[in-house]
Design a protein around this ligand. Structure first.
Ligand code: FAD
Length: 334
């Protein structure tokens, strides 16, 4: 490693917040960042941007951060790419972190690309696994590639910081250590509202029933095996009696049986419920990467060789049109 690169120290996690509430993926990344920082024998820091968000620094310490870099300004009250990226680029040039992690959320995806470009470094999006090679200090950034057919491990050889985004619910939530202390570093970057090209006029909350697949504890997901929109009702019925949320494979979404908001997988949502029912889903790799870390997986499929059985905790080989009504009946009684 060149002498220039050895100057970079510390694992940083962007603390995503909206209206003063931290996104769970930020805490998950602090948990993961802790492991990486320990292996690299360096510190773990949170980057906190916003207005009146000091309370989140305490949460970051409780989730394992050694330091928090806080930039407080009315300009940062609502997320906008330009001032947020500017703040992180400034902090990064001053303190030279070795690694920066962000959630692969709408905000994190937007911000990470801009920050990486401005810093002239690499970025691996949507990682599903992170590790470090201790000797070379490379961040090993693994993610599905070539349509999910292989897992690629990517390194950023010549530039720092090494940047990656990780989807929500991929990493474990760390322990919350009430009262754990850290170093709060306030940075005044003198951001001016007139320098920001985009003005926020109003925030309008989306109407209608939001789909919170990534937070669901029970998901009943249906696939192409259902055969029709009418049959897909069986999935909704089972979800209803279990108090769960409906999910779907891409095939079911493309068939028009359910909206894309419900899609689980590589191009849908990554989920990690306590129980995941996969009904009439074959278990293509692009589906598996979005649900295989669920605590318990129950698969119903008539094909004994279906790949879904390889990740299932309980596999029911049979015709779903017999199995599903029996399940609904039984769960109703309980
Ligand atoms: P199929 O593979 O057709 O499986 C249907 C299953 O139903 C079969 O196993 C069959 O045995 C079973 N079945 C049929 N009848 C019955 C019955 N009566 N009783 C019991 N079982 C029955 N897919 C996703 O899901 N999510 C993604 O995010 C995603 N992203 C993708 C991204 C890319 C770049 C690409 C190339 C593909 C992506 N896909 C995604 C598509 C993926 O490759 C598969 O095509 C898709 O997951 C298949 O959906 P399925 O399992 O419902 O359908």
């Amino acid at each position: 490693m060149s002498a220039e690169l050895t100057k970079y120290k510390g694992v940083w996690v962007f603390i995503e917040q909206m209206e003063g509430k931290g996104a769970p993926v930020s805490w998950e990344l602090l948990g993961e960042g802790r492991k990486l920082a320990d292996k690299l024998d360096t510190y773990l820091a949170g980057i906190l941007l916003g207005d009146n968000v000091d309370n989140l620094a305490q949460e970051a310490f409780a989730y394992g951060a050694d330091k928090v870099f806080l930039v407080a300004s009315p300009v940062l009250k609502h997320y906008r790419t330009q001032p947020y990226a500017e703040a992180i680029v400034n902090l990064s040039k001053k303190h030279m972190p070795e690694v920066i992690l962000m959630g692969a959320t709408t905000m994190g995806r937007d911000l990470s690309g801009t920050v990486a470009t401005k810093l002239g470094t690499g970025l691996t999006a949507d990682c599903t696994q992170l590790d470090v090679e201790e000797e070379s200090r490379y961040l090993l950034q693994s993610r599905p590639a070539f349509g999910g057919n292989i897992m690629a491990t990517i390194i950023c050889r010549h530039r720092r910081p090494q940047m990656a985004t990780v989807r929500p619910r991929i990493m474990d939530m760390p322990q919350y250590e009430e009262g754990r202390q850290g170093e709060l570093i306030r940075e005044d970057l003198s951001l001016a509202e007139e320098d920001v090209a985009v003005k926020v006029v109003d925030y309008i909350k989306e109407k209608g029933k939001a789909v919170y697949l990534d937070k669901a504890e029970i998901i009943v997901a249906g696939g192409r095996g259902l055969g029709s929109k009418e049959n897909f009702r069986l999935i909704e019925q089972l979800a209803e009696v279990l108090g769960g949320t409906v999910g779907a494979s891409r095939a079911a979404v493309e068939a028009g049986w359910i909206s894309a908001d419900y899609q689980v997988g590589q191009t849908g949502t990554t989920v990690r419920p306590k129980v995941y029912f996969a009904i009439g889903i074959s278990g293509a790799i692009q589906h598996l990467v979005g649900m295989q870390t669920s605590d318990v997986i129950v698969a119903v499929n008539k094909d004994p060789d279906a790949s879904i059985f390889k990740v299932a905790t309980f596999g029911i080989q049979g015709d779903m049109f017999q199995v599903l009504p029996a399940m609904i009946e039984q769960f109703k009684k309980q």
